[in-house]
Design a protein around this ligand. Structure first.
Ligand SMILES: Cc1cc2nc3c(=O)[nH]c(=O)nc-3n(C[C@H](O)[C@H](O)[C@H](O)COP(=O)(O)O)c2cc1C
Length: 193
């Protein structure tokens, strides 16, 4: 059976970012799932330049940008982990997504996990990011995975303190897999007809 490709995109590059712990924990869980092939796409490591021209207008494409775009382009589904900054998502995430062609995420289900140190789980940022995903042809799934008071959910070493999160994550992953599988099956059907 071909595994579903569901990378995790981490939308923050701040030194000391707590959302990295979330992304790493989710990575560990996805790696244990035999149906999924995954990796962490960490914008803190990709270090994409601020967009000055679109990909297709560039004379030479930086290899990290090419890698970023092709990894998302090849994915069956995407799990975005992002902190909420100023009621929105970080600029580094928007800059990265702006490099993608308009339909780059067409038919790809997208699960969004939002991270906040406050009590609202980053829900404002979720609403905005869903709109951006739609502009890329992506399909934000209806399920949410908001994390409030992140400092209480993981300890300094990245160990999960709130075991309830694991249960929510399982159900969130199941939904994302369900939609991703459905889309892969539909694409195969369309290709054979
Ligand atoms: C520039 C900036 C803006 C922030 N704005 C918000 C916000 O609007 N709402 C919120 O709940 N938390 C906000 N926070 C706090 C984050 O929720 C907190 O830093 C959390 O740990 C997740 O982000 P991190 O991965 O950068 O650590 C902000 C943090 C930063 C650095």
């Amino acid at each position: 059976m071909t595994k579903l490709s569901i990378p995790i995109l981490l939308g923050s590059c701040r030194n000391g970012r707590k959302s990295l712990k979330v992304a790493q924990f989710i990575l560990g869980e996805l790696l244990q799932n035999n149906c999924i092939q995954t990796e962490l796409i960490d914008l803190g490591e990709y270090k994409l330049f601020m967009l000055e021209e679109r990909l297709k207008e560039m004379e030479e494409t930086p290899p990290n940008l090419l890698r970023f775009c092709s990894k998302l382009g090849e994915a069956d589904g995407i799990l975005i982990v992002t902190p909420e900054y100023k009621n929105g998502y970080p600029g580094v995430l928007k800059n990265a997504l702006d490099y993608l062609e308009p339909q780059a995420l067409k038919h790809k289900p997208i699960g969004i996990c939002t991270v906040s140190s406050g009590g609202f789980g980053g829900l404002d940022c979720l609403a905005q990011l869903r709109l951006v995903c739609l502009a890329l042809g992506g399909l934000p799934i209806p399920d949410k995975l908001p994390i409030s008071y992140i400092q209480e959910v993981f300890d300094e070493d990245g160990k999960l303190c709130d075991l309830g999160f694991k249960t929510k994550l399982e159900s969130f992953i199941n939904e994302l897999v369900w939609y991703s599988e459905a889309m892969v099956n539909q694409k195969q059907l369309s290709n054979t007809n």
